[in-house]
Design a protein around this ligand. Structure first.
Ligand SMILES: Cc1cc2nc3c(=O)[nH]c(=O)nc-3n(C[C@H](O)[C@H](O)[C@H](O)COP(=O)(O)O)c2cc1C
Length: 336
C-alpha cells in the first residue's frame, strides 16, 4: 500500500498547480527547490497513456527530487482512466489527479474536463474507475461552476452546476484532495475568484481543499487562505518568472514578512531553469526556455531588449552570460 503523502504535508499546503506546456519536470523541480510542497504535472490524455503514446510518456518523466509529484489526467473513458491510473502508479508517481476543470474546446467538446461538472454521476464513475487499480492517493481538480446547457436547464432550479454537486456525487469515495479553481467555466482564465464557493467546498468535502486562482504574491496566498479557510493553495501563473513565490509565501505565513528576491536569486533561477530544461529536452529545451525567460525579466528596466537578446541564446554559456548581465544591471538599481 502506497503512503498517502497528503497526510504528511505541513499546512497550509503550497502547491504548484498543473499547467500544460509549463509544469514539466524542470519547472516542477525549480518550484520544489523554492518551497512548493507538492507539484502537479500538466494534464495527460488518459487515452494516450493507455496507447503508450511516446509523446505523452516523454511528458511523464520526473525525477525523485520532485516528490511528492502528482500526475494529472483528463478524458472521458472509464476504461482509459483505470488503465492510465495503473500506469501512473507503476511509473512511481505519488498521486494521481483527475481533471474536471479544463475549459479548452478540444477537451470540453468531448465531454471531458469541466464539462464533467454537468454530469456528476458520470464523473463519479470515472473516479471509481481510476480508484479500481491504484493504491496511491487520488485527487481531483475542479472549477467552481458551469452554466447548465439549455436542454437541461430547469427554470425552478439554479442555473449552474457547481463543484458542490460533484462533491455530493463522490461522497464515500476515497478522494484525498480537491483543488478548486475559483472561476466558472465561462470566465476562462481571468476575472473574479469565487472565494465563497471555495469556502463552501471546504465545508462540504472531508479531505484536503486547495484554493486556486489569481495568486501572484505572497500576500495573495495569505489573503486566499483567509477568505476561503482552505487547507492550502494552488499557484499556477503566479509562479511564472518567480518560482520563489512558494518560499516567500511560507515566510509570510510563518513570520509575517518575507525576503524579496534579490538579483542573485533571479540570476540563479534563470541559469538553473535553462540547465534543467536543457538536460530534460536537449537543444529544444533551450528554445522553450525563451518563453520562461520573458517572465523572469517582466517589469525590469530594458526588459524588451533582454527578451530580444534571449532569442539568440543557443548554449548554457550564452544563458549564463545574459543572466549575469541582467544581475549586474539589477545590482546597480538603488533599493526602493
Ligand atoms: C498555460 C496554462 C495551462 C494550464 N494547464 C492546465 C492543466 O494542464 N491542467 C489543469 O488542471 N489546469 C490547467 N491550467 C489551469 C491552472 O492550473 C489554474 O487553475 C489557472 O491558471 C488559475 O490559476 P492562476 O490564476 O494561479 O493561474 C492551466 C493554466 C494555464 C495558464
Amino acid at each position: 500500500m502506497a503512503t498517502n503523502f497528503w497526510l504528511q504535508l505541513k499546512h497550509p499546503i503550497l502547491a504548484l498547480a498543473p499547467m500544460e506546456g509549463v509544469t514539466d519536470s524542470a519547472f516542477r523541480l525549480l518550484c520544489r527547490r523554492r518551497g512548493a510542497d507538492v507539484v502537479y504535472t500538466e494534464f495527460m490524455a488518459a487515452e494516450a497513456i493507455t496507447h503508450g503514446a511516446k509523446s505523452v510518456l516523454a511528458k511523464m518523466r520526473f525525477v525523485a527530487e520532485e516528490r511528492p509529484v502528482v500526475c494529472q489526467i483528463f478524458g472521458k473513458s472509464p476504461e482509459a482512466f483505470a488503465t492510465a491510473a495503473k500506469t501512473i502508479e507503476d511509473l512511481g508517481f505519488d498521486g494521481i489527479d483527475l481533471n474536471f476543470g479544463c475549459p479548452a474546446r478540444k477537451v470540453v467538446s468531448h465531454g471531458a474536463g469541466v464539462a464533467l461538472l454537468r454530469d456528476p454521476q458520470y464523473a463519479r464513475r470515472l473516479v471509481e474507475a481510476a480508484l479500481e487499480r491504484i493504491t496511491i492517493p487520488l485527487s481531483i481538480k475542479v472549477r467552481t461552476s458551469i452554466r447548465k446547457e439549455s436542454k437541461d436547464a430547469d427554470p425552478g432550479n439554479p442555473e449552474r452546476y457547481t463543484a458542490l454537486q460533484l462533491i455530493e456525487a463522490i461522497k464515500g469515495l476515497p478522494v484525498h484532495a480537491i483543488m478548486v479553481h475559483g472561476r466558472g467555466y465561462e470566465q476562462g482564465h481571468s476575472g473574479d475568484i469565487d472565494t465563497d464557493m471555495i469556502r463552501q467546498v471546504k465545508a462540504a468535502f472531508p479531505g484536503i481543499v486547495l484554493a486556486n486562482g489569481g495568486i501572484t504574491t505572497p500576500a495573495g496566498t495569505a489573503d486566499m487562505l483567509d477568505r476561503t479557510g482552505a487547507d492550502g493553495v494552488g499557484i499556477a501563473r503566479g509562479a511564472w518568472g518567480q518560482p520563489w513565490i512558494f518560499r516567500q509565501s511560507r515566510e509570510l505565513l510563518s513570520t509575517g514578512r518575507f525576503i524579496p528576491a534579490n538579483p542573485d536569486d533571479v540570476v540563479s533561477a534563470i541559469i538553473e531553469h535553462a540547465k534543467l530544461l536543457n538536460e530534460l529536452k536537449g537543444a529544444y529545451g533551450l528554445l522553450e526556455f525563451r518563453k520562461h525567460f520573458g517572465y523572469y525579466v517582466t517589469g525590469f528596466p530594458g526588459a524588451a531588449q533582454w527578451r530580444r537578446q534571449a532569442v539568440t541564446v543557443s548554449t548554457i554559456a550564452d544563458v549564463t552570460k545574459l543572466a549575469n548581465a541582467i544581475g549586474n544591471q539589477l545590482k546597480e538599481i538603488p533599493p526602493a
